[in-house]
Ligand binder design. Structure first.
Ligand SMILES: Nc1nc2c(c(=O)[nH]1)N[C@H]1C(S)=C(S)[C@@H](COP(=O)(O)OP(=O)(O)OC[C@H]3O[C@@H](n4cnc5c(=O)[nH]c(N)nc54)[C@H](O)[C@@H]3O)O[C@H]1N2
Ligand SMILES: Nc1nc2c(c(=O)[nH]1)N[C@H]1C(S)=C(S)[C@@H](COP(=O)(O)OP(=O)(O)OC[C@H]3O[C@@H](n4cnc5c(=O)[nH]c(N)nc54)[C@H](O)[C@@H]3O)O[C@H]1N2
Ligand code: SF4
Ligand SMILES: [Mo]
Length: 685
């Protein structure tokens, strides 16, 4: 029997307790934790969760192996000996750790000013008070350099916003009604499995499923029709579809007139994207472009799931902005289940100022793009002298990893890492702090795909001496002598403050108390149309004056990728099935499930290089090199090489794919361009 959520769950030795998956995954599943003798022994999906319905992924079904992994950090440590791979550490007390950190920071603030200190974090745990609550308050109060949180979805989010006014899309629960589903640049079988389950229901009712991707991975294999495309060219395909939709009168004139801005300009503009030219750019045959456009123009409701793959390119923002125009052309937003999802985060917007307290910052500070961490550490003037890393593993996940490594190696850089494991980044730390897992914490969670908010209360006691992010920041604040009330608020206070948001009536009923009762609640969202969007015109902006004022083309446009290089392969180092970014890469069970780091190549490219499946290849460019196991076949096109997963270092291994990725920033949002680099490949003997 499942027990209801209480503040005393940690004291129960057995039972089944409600929880939420903390990982950076759109699905945000409801979970049930089975406890025996005070420990979690099994994790399963909560069958009562309306969206995730008891199904969870392999990663999290096996997550107890991570929570109780022998390698999990249990107490604070200081480094003895050199930084990096060879680093060794010695146990210290929390008092010593906090004292070392705050003494160093105080000295630095006195001599260099607070901007010499850089916080670096992301969403290793999606709980909001822990990832953008007490931490933000603390660093605002300090006046530290600011981080631009740009490594994940920022280019596409900005692009989508120009068209649609914010992260508002279709309610995924409605997508069971769609008759045509396009998964565009998303490996949903691995990264959004409940969208796949919803699409399966739609398929039983006659829906067709199309996958457009540079790699025929498990998602492509599941499609009714897989369309391979050359990386970075998707905007051209979408514009080619628009060309045909207008030319063949497959558009919804009434919708265009009432709800869009600039359709006449767009109709003229897309005349130049004729199918023959688009085929040349994208590698998609002319007849397939016609077939796709006609299917899209003639089927309703149609739904597009826009993935993150297409926006990790130089032109990622514009690409997402362009695809986001398609549903407007055929009026899909008025049909239940029609439209698109890039992200749905805006529906659940909480009270950011109340949670983050930017008012605590007395003086503006410089902002540093997290995708440029290497350059920031090596080149900034005045320099960064101290780095505080939590919820992230930049040595492995950030682009141009050799530059990041060189930055982290700086002898004069004082680095603190707070994590559950001794990550590749932690090996460069002066002080390492042990972090609790999400099941040891209080926090609230909001999906960026479905429309539910969740509350998590601690189910198990902290592991060893580990502490939650919020607790560490409260302690650091007190030792820094910061006396502000906001730095002493309890977890519960912070959840209440964040959820009280008169600016977003959709979450008016969602309070700490209501969540205590139910665990999760759906926001009272209403369909986007009829209605006014948050674009400058209130309409879907096919033409955007706002973009023009920022130097972008006002109409959706195909812009070729930037890397100029003679190297023969476009390199796509994508996520894998059994890790979540680098999370689980340190846990043997998950590594075993994923086997080896692979490089998918076309069989003709492989054989031309004397490579066969199973061979070890050296993959290289001007930024670095790594070694991956070749999988030759026909699941990528010629001239494309795809790896999967962010693998942890093992002795003698060279599997950090980010040594190869560019640190150019994308066209919008300061976004990452992980998939826009080129590499050479050769056989390793
Ligand atoms: N199992 C698992 N799930 C995850 C993650 C994980 O690491 N593992 N990570 C989580 C996070 S943080 C995120 S942001 C999401 C990311 O998940 P997704 O949104 O699925 O994005 P990616 O996996 O980065 O890329 C998706 C697909 O884009 C393809 N692709 C690359 N370039 C192009 C292109 O130019 N055009 C087209 N059409 N396709 C292209 C890749 O081949 C890949 O199949 O997943 C989340 N969920
Ligand atoms: N080549 C390539 N690189 C990529 C990507 C790609 O597709 N290809 N994807 C990019 C994307 S989309 C993203 S979102 C980033 C993600 O990059 P990161 O945000 O760095 O994600 P993870 O690698 O999962 O690392 C999260 C870390 O946080 C720790 N952690 C978890 N919970 C807590 C907590 O409560 N407190 C503290 N202090 N620590 C905690 C975990 O143990 C883990 O070490 O990677 C990016 N890097
Ligand atoms: S990682 Fe995603 S699919 Fe897996 S349990 Fe968590 S939210 Fe669900
Ligand atoms: Mo991400």
């Amino acid at each position: 029997m499942r027990t209801t959520m209480t503040t005393t769950m940690t004291e129960e030795q057995q039972g089944i307790f409600p929880a939420v998956c903390p990982l950076d995954c759109p699905d945000q599943c409801g979970l049930l934790l089975h406890k025996e003798d005070g420990k979690i022994v099994k994790i399963e999906g909560d069958p009562d969760h309306p969206v995730t319905q008891g199904a969870i992924c392999n990663k999290v079904r096996n997550m107890t192996a991570r929570i109780y992994d022998d390698k999990r950090l249990q107490y604070p440590m200081k480094r003895v000996g050199p930084k990096g791979e060879e680093a060794s550490f010695q146990r210290i007390s929390w008092d010593e750790a906090l004292d070392t950190i705050t003494s160093r920071w105080k000295e630095l603030i006195a001599s260099e000013g607070p901007e010499a200190i850089l916080p670096y974090s992301f969403y290793g745990n999606m709980g909001r008070i822990g990832t953008e609550g007490m931490d933000r308050r603390f660093f605002h109060r300090m006046g530290a350099s600011r981080l631009l949180y740009s490594i994940c979805e920022s280019a596409g989010t900005e692009g989508y916003k120009y068209t649609m006014g914010g992260s508002y899309g279709t309610d995924p629960e409605d997508t069971v009604h769609a008759k045509l589903i396009i998964m565009w640049g998303i490996n949903a079988v691995s990264t959004n499995m409940h969208q796949v389950m919803l699409a399966e229901k739609a398929r039983k009712n006659g829906a067709q499923i199309i996958v457009i991707d540079a790699h025929k991975n498990q998602t492509g294999r599941w499609a009714d029709w897989f369309i391979p495309i050359l990386p970075g060219t998707d905007a051209a395909l979408a514009l080619g579809m628009m060309h045909i939709l207008f030319a063949e009168n497959l558009t919804d004139q009434a919708f265009l007139e009432q709800y869009t801005l600039g359709y006449e300009e767009l109709r003229e503009h897309v005349k130049s994207y004729d199918p023959a030219s688009v085929s040349e750019i994208t590698g998609v045959p002319v007849e397939d472009i016609y077939r796709l456009a006609r299917l899209y123009g003639e089927t309703s409701p149609s739904f597009i799931r826009i993935g993150n793959g297409i926006q990790h390119h130089d032109n990622g923002g514009m690409c997402v902005r362009t695809i986001a125009c398609l549903p407007a052309l055929t009026g899909q937003w008025l049909h239940q289940g029609g439209g698109a999802i890039k992200g749905n985060g805006a529906y659940l917007e909480h009270n950011l100022p109340a949670l983050q307290r930017p008012d605590l910052r007395k003086k503006e500070a410089r902002q540093i793009n997290m995708n440029l961490l290497g350059s920031a550490l090596l080149e900034l003037d005045p320099p960064i002298h101290a780095l505080y890393v939590y919820n992230s593993n930049p040595a492995l996940v950030a682009p141009h990893a050799n530059k990041v490594k060189e930055g982290l190696e700086r002898e004069d850089l004082f680095t603190v890492v707070h994590d559950l494991f001794l990550t590749e980044t932690a090996k460069y730390a002066d002080i390492v702090l042990p972090a609790t897992s999400s099941f040891e914490n209080t926090d609230f969670y909001r999906s960026y795909w479905h429309h539910y908010v969740h509350l998590q209360l601690p189910v198990i006691a902290p592991y060893g001496e580990s502490k939650a992010n919020v607790d560490v920041f409260r302690l650091l604040a007190s030792m820094m002598g910061y006396e502000d009330e906001a730095l002493r608020d309890s977890d519960e206070d912070m959840v209440r403050q964040a959820l009280y948001h008169p600016g977003n009536p959709a979450i008016a009923e969602i309070t700490y108390d209501a969540l205590l009762d139910t665990g999760f609640m759906k926001a009272a969202t209403t369909p986007l149309f009829p209605g006014k969007l948050r674009t400058p015109s209130g309409k879907i902006e096919l033409y955007s004056a706002d973009m023009a004022s920022k130097g972008f083309p006002a109409l959706p446009t195909y812009v070729p990728l930037a890397e100029v290089s003679d190297l023969p392969f476009m390199f796509i180092p994508a996520p894998n099935h059994n890790f979540l970014n680098s999370t689980f890469a340190h846990n043997e069970k998950h590594v075993r499930m994923e086997k080896v780091p692979k490089l998918h190549m076309h069989e003709d490219d492989a054989s031309a290089l004397g490579l066969a499946s199973g061979d070890l290849a050296r993959v290289w460019n001007e930024r670095g090199e790594c070694e991956l196991v070749v999988m030759a076949g026909r699941d990528v096109q010629r001239g494309v090489a795809v790896s999967q997963g962010l693998w942890a270092d093992s002795p003698g291994s060279k599997t950090r794919v980010n040594v190869l990725t560019p640190d150019r920033v994308a066209d919008m949002g300061g976004g990452a361009t992980f998939f826009s680099g080129r590499v050479g490949v050769e056989k390793l003997t």
